[in-house]
Design a protein around this ligand. Structure first.
Ligand code: ATP
Ligand code: MG
Length: 393
């Protein structure tokens, strides 16, 4: 089976897509270090795949860990598949929520950020139900001990246990099997590159392991192994000082936050530690930020991501000199963040980006991703010996 044939077909297909929404570039900053990461990740004709769960509003971790890369990659020759992971949302949303509504709003934010559903194949995970079939097949060769050692699983399980809204035992088969479903998401489109934040690195490694094990066990090349996530992948800390900003953790700075909310959130970041000597003379934000105490690290990281470098260097100098400048630092971070959010909020509220618009491209794009996905699933069925489907609705 040629894994690259369908990819080629998709590239051609993309050129014939008539439906198009012109987004126009609006991102005013360049992010040299992050762009470097993206360029090293992708070459022409590669297949890119990434997803985001509709568990809340998009935040700065989502943007700089994932969406920023999506935007860069859609400018090149790669075939980009970006999906909203609504099946995955069900692993931690325990009470009934309108996940479909959240999905549409998240897609509006995607488009507001500059994602072009004509250049990238943007779809909803549950519109590709054969992903669930592949997940079932992959589950047959996945060791439970391997899943139990997953750091995200342990973290999410702990949080669900502590959540007062949780009733009964929060350990579901779905939560434990999250990495298997994620492996199915990645492998079903034969992805080469998976642009995700550092928190998802282990899951991508699991997908690589599962692909390798499957091919070895069944003596086939049915699954294409993606590249591992680079060490440079970002992990943005939470505004509460915790290691990760997360939609489900109530510690986020959101892309749709208005200036008043931004200022309130930034002011609430705890910065009780006086400046301490840094054990480096480096001016490189990537070297310096991790050495800063909790709270200050997220403020400096946000400054690095949204403000020109001279502003970052100025505040770094003030940190090294010592003194009382945290109030001014917070005000400056809030200003740059609000400036960054402004065009996104404006586009989010554009009446043209309505539910009909979103549903139209979801329908079109689900049709585009389905053939390559079915090709993978049928290949796996054949490799495992159950044979191809005699009837596929
Ligand atoms: P949840 O808390 O519901 O799991 P989340 O904020 O972790 O939500 P996901 O939908 O799980 O977001 O992840 C979407 C993408 O955003 C992934 O590529 C993930 O690596 C990235 N991402 C999420 N949080 C961060 C973060 N704090 N820093 C960098 N990347 C992040
Ligand atoms: Mg997450």
């Amino acid at each position: 089976m040629s894994g690259k044939m369908p990819n080629l077909l998709f590239c051609l297909w993309n050129q014939f897509v008539v439906f198009r929404y012109s987004c126009g570039p609006f991102i005013s900053h360049s992010f040299p270090s992050i762009s470097k990461v993206v360029l090293s990740m992708s070459a022409s004709n590669e297949v890119i795949l990434s997803g985001i769960r509709p568990t809340g509003r998009l935040h700065y971790g989502n943007y700089f860990g994932a969406i920023h890369h999506f935007l860069k990659l859609q400018e090149g020759d790669a075939t980009c598949f970006y999906f909203i992971a609504d099946y995955h949302a069900l692993t931690t949303i325990t009470e009934r929520k309108d996940i479909y509504r959240q999905t549409l709003d998240m897609l509006r934010t995607y488009v507001a950020c500059g994602l072009d559903p004509a250049r990238s194949v943007v779809y909803r995970q549950s519109d590709l139900p054969c992903t669930a079939e592949l997940s079932l097949l992959l589950g047959m060769i996945t060791n439970i001990g391997h899943l139990e050692r997953g750091t995200t699983y342990k973290d999410k399980f702990g949080k669900l246990q502590d959540d007062p809204r949780t009733t009964g035992n929060p350990l579901s088969y779905g939560l434990l099997g999250y990495p298997v479903l994620m492996a199915a998401d990645i492998l079903i489109v034969k992805a080469d590159v998976v642009p995700v934040g550092d928190d998802q690195r282990q899951h991508v490694e699991m997908a690589c392991d599962i692909a390798e094990k499957f091919n070895h066990r069944f003596g086939c090349e049915a699954l294409h192994r993606p590249k591992a996530v680079g060490r440079e992948a970002l992990r943005l800390p939470g505004l509460d000082g915790s290691a990760k900003m997360g939609k489900s953790d109530n510690n986020t700075l959101d892309l749709l936050d208005d200036p008043k909310t931004v200022l309130k959130k930034i002011k609430s970041v705890v910065t009780s530690t006086e400046p301490l000597p840094l054990d480096t003379d480096s001016k490189d934000p990537e070297v310096v930020v991790p050495k800063l105490p909790g709270g200050l690290n997220v403020l400096y990281q946000l400054l690095h991501l949204t403000a020109p470098d001279e502003v970052f260097q100025d505040f770094l100098e003030q940190y090294r000199t010592g003194g009382k400048f945290y109030g001014n630092l917070k005000k400056t971070v809030a200003e740059h963040v609000s400036k960054f959010n402004e065009p996104i909020i404006e586009r989010f509220n554009d009446p043209a980006i309505n539910d009909d618009f979103i549903e139209d491209f979801l329908r079109d794009n689900a049709k585009k991703v389905t053939p390559v996905a079915l090709d993978t699933v049928e290949g796996c069925r054949e490799a495992m010996g159950i044979g191809r489907s005699l009837y596929r609705a």
